[in-house]
Design a protein around this ligand. Structure first.
Ligand code: EPZ
Length: 425
């Protein structure tokens, strides 16, 4: 197993380039199922989760070429088969379930194992299934599988009890070739939804209103191949913005859409972090007297739950009291116990965490409990005195391209080592 070792207390300086968005490319790759023509994804992030979704499509007899040099993914689904994706792959990555809508649209049926929950919550799929049923799909759940069958998908009006990102994406993919018109109300408004709709429309779909809470999808007969460059990763950008703040440094974060990181800019500005907006980059100045803030995670355009752990790490280092309320996932505070091993003062009370900033965090042996928690521990290590050893970093590799290389390039003392390198003295 590998670990990431961070020697903290160093200032960062320079520029960081953000990669394309994991949560945009995953549904986009799944949506390539909707056409038997070639699809090309440019500037793809070479991430574990991207390799897994490609493996899931290869289970379905998709022919995929991933060119790691050019970061181009070419997908040929002309000979797609109605196979069942491997149970282990679906359990490994919930986003595999995003193939359901497209497979039902293409074959009129599909069987896939129930995507598991994960460390941050039970992650139900009831809203996905509610949408499929509204489009005329018969859905059976049992024996650890979801089975879907439909003779002809028919457009309908669907109201989502919660603006679920995945449910919005899955229903959108099922509806693009349904007969008639589909309206999804209380839809998710995330930038990744807009990017998926843009890709689908470039394939010939007719989706109106992406980025608002009401989507209108006019069914078409067929979709063609398309070429697409996904949006940049707003959560990776936010993570590096916090890296500047927690080390009290100045960093230029390149490939950022101000619009996509507005809630993060708002909170960091409230903390007295200096923010300078450039064309497609943001200069973050953390070398100031920072103040604590209260944060409540909300669906976009509210504060993103995927930035909650990183902001908790930052608040641990800022004098005063900050309160974080996690409204999206029921178990997304596991990083708190790891941060407390580094001297953080955090009290958990249900969905809220009360953080009292301490003089300084101290390096310790910690473990990543999920993707964003792992990123938060790296940030805490950067700001801590001494050496932090982070285990279970496979979580981090799911969503961050070369995070330690990008940090090292701006002056962090950070290494990735394998267990065998660690000499037991
Ligand atoms: C997407 O997950 C992201 N993943 C998550 O990012 C992100 O945290 C989440 O959206 C919220 O923004 C991808 O895009 C691959 P949801 P998703 O459906 O689609 C409840 C990361 O770190 N819900 O919006 O699974 C659910 O329990 C990951 O990059 C239902 O009740 O999120 C949760 O409380 C983590 N029924 C809330 O909605 C459903 O059918 C948000 O879930 C579906 C969801």
């Amino acid at each position: 197993m590998e670990k990431i070792i961070v020697n903290g207390g160093r200032k960062l300086c320079g520029e960081v380039e953000i990669s394309s968005a994991k949560n945009s490319i995953l549904p986009i790759i799944a949506s390539s199922i909707l056409t038997n023509e070639k699809c090309i994804i440019e500037n793809a992030p070479m991430l574990e989760d991207v390799f897994v979704i490609c493996e899931v499509l290869e289970n379905l007899n998709s022919k995929i070429n991933i060119d790691k040099e050019s970061r181009m993914i070419t997908i040929d689904n002309s000979n797609l088969k109605l196979n069942e994706p491997s149970h282990n792959l679906v359990r490994k990555m919930r986003a595999s379930f995003l193939t359901m809508g497209a497979m039902v649209a293409r074959f009129g049926e599909f069987k896939i194992s129930l995507p598991g929950g994960c460390n941050i919550g039970s992650r139900p799929i009831d809203l996905h299934l509610k949408g499929f049923k509204a489009l005329g799909v018969q859905v059976e759940v049992g024996y650890g599988y979801v089975e879907a069958k439909v003779s002809k998908l028919k457009g309908n009006n669907i109201y989502l009890d919660f603006p679920s990102v995945g449910a919005t994406e899955n229903i959108m993919m099922a509806a693009v070739m349904a007969e008639g018109e589909t309206i999804i109300e209380n839809a998710a408004e995330e930038p990744e939804i807009v990017d998926l709709a843009k890709f689908l429309n470039s394939m010939g779909a007719k989706i109106i209103g992406a980025g608002t809470d009401k989507l209108r999808i006019i069914g078409v007969n067929r979709l063609n191949g398309a070429r697409h460059r996904p949006i940049y990763d707003r959560i990776e950008a936010g993570t590096f913005m916090v890296a500047a703040a927690i080390t009290r440094s100045k960093l230029k974060v390149i490939n950022v859409s101000e619009e996509h990181v507005k809630p993060i800019i708002a909170k960091l500005t409230e903390m007295n972090v200096g923010i300078e907006i450039d064309k497609n980059s943001i200069i973050v100045d953390g070398d100031r007297d920072l103040k604590p803030v209260d944060i409540k995670t909300m669906p976009y355009p509210g504060f993103p739950t995927d930035m909650q752990a990183q902001m908790m790490a930052l608040l641990c280092t800022v004098k005063g009291t900050g309160v974080i309320t996690e409204t999206i996932f029921e178990n997304r505070f596991m990083h708190a116990s790891e941060l407390k091993r580094m001297g953080a003062n955090i009290k958990l009370d249900g969905r809220s965490a009360i953080i009292e900033g301490v003089e300084h965090l101290t390096g310790a042996e910690v473990k990543a409990t999920d993707l964003r928690a792992g990123a938060a521990l790296i940030l805490a290590g950067l700001g801590a005195d001494g050496c932090t050893k982070i285990g279970d970093i496979y979580h981090i590799d799911r969503g961050y391209v070369d995070i330690e290389k990008k940090l090292k390039k701006v002056g962090a003392q950070i290494e990735r080592i394998s267990e065998s390198d660690i000499k037991v003295v």
